[in-house]
Design a protein around this ligand. Sequence first.
Ligand SMILES: Cc1ncc(COP(=O)(O)O)c(C=O)c1O
Length: 488
Amino acid sequence: MSKVASSFELSLNPRSRGQSLSRWLYEELRAAILEGRLKAGTTLPATREFARQQRISRGTVLSAFERLQDEGYLSSRVGIGTWVNPNVAATGIARCAPSAVPAYIDRAISGYKHPKPFVNWVALRGTRPFKMRDPALDAFPAELWGRLASRRARSFNAWVREEDDGGGYRPLREAIAHYLGSSRGVNCGPDQIVIVSGVQQALDLLARFLLKPGDPVWMEDPGYFGATIAFQRAGARIVPVPVDDEGLSIVAGVKACAHPRGVFVTPAHQYPLGMTMSLDRRVELLRWAARTGAFILEDDYDSEYRFEGLPSPALQGLDRNGNVIFIGTFTKLLFPALRLGYIVLPPPLVEVFSAFRRGTDLRSSGMDQAVLCDFIAEGHFARHLRRMRSLYAARLEALKDSGRRYLSGVLEVSEINAGLYTAAFLRNGMTSRQAETIAAKHGIETRALDRFTLARPDPRGLLLGFAAFDEKAIRNGAMRLAAALSKR
Ligand SMILES: Cc1ncc(COP(=O)(O)O)c(C=O)c1O
């Protein structure tokens, strides 16, 4: 191809903020070639001349040219110059107008529906009462965790070759099986445990593994949006089943849909209302499942935090037929950024489920599993839970006491003594969403209870997180919330 000398002063778009000169020049020249503004065979000006035209250093031009040459956009020969390589030029890739995006992106964005409880997390950065998400991160033994992590990093060869069939780091599974057996009444051995990146991954995997599009599944109403999202994405048909003081109503469930494939429950601490499922209800649920062959997904996300009496043992421990799949997480017990949790499977499911899971992310991060394993096996986990239990009990008491003092007649804090958040019911005639909005305007973060309902009417209440705030912040927050909710 004959070479066309460029007589241009090529017009280049202005540099964006933070973009280096050589990156800018490289990207602009590449775009000009791909869009056909710089035609195949065009000879570029000598680097010195080009640098003068663009008012930049020759070094910058040389570095951009070299990169474009390495990637095949330009060719050069000493004594002849640098020209646009005919093989890649004029691909006809036109740049979209700055505001336009390819059709597939438009389709993906318009096809995505935010789930009902969606809140804009980015807008909610920072910690202010009564944010729900975090445990007391400043009370976490971070230095100790750091020591365990560096010990594991130094003894890399001792654990890195540990076989993992998709179930997770074997010593961690042993430590979890021991903990679940002694503290939660779960009946399992390490072979039944699959380590995952928290309850949300467990739900996503299990929903896709257990359900086909159109399959009915019972969901607590109100209930945990994470499960709703997982079931919806698997294409399942969600059947809302109301909860009462004893937990999920099996009678109402059977009336709504007698033969679902399964059910999602939070028996130890119902999300979001907080009650514990009664023993009668547990037995009724297990009998129903044994009769119908349905699965029961038991989410045990924060049951260790019960501040009077002992945590109620897991439903799984009463199951004699393999109906219950038990899932748990370290998000609330340790810290959310850890992203580790587990599934306890009935033995006949282990092999096939593990194979299914390998098709997603193979396995969880080995280093994190090894550190967590030491944290549990060396007794730090049990000690941390004991400390946190008394810290959270005091914080919940401060919230209840502030409720009685400042929120009387406006918002009634639930009497339930458990968890890291609690429900509170509006007595001022506001809807959940009105109260959430007005509280936010006063700098108080709450979660409207109607975000978690499926079919039932607005329970007219708020969720208040207390775990991450000291007693002073809790009292202060309650006063500000009272000021907000007393206005109309
Ligand atoms: C009911 C319920 N399950 C599970 C979780 C934790 O999920 P993950 O392990 O994905 O962080 C939460 C956290 O908010 C929850 O409220």
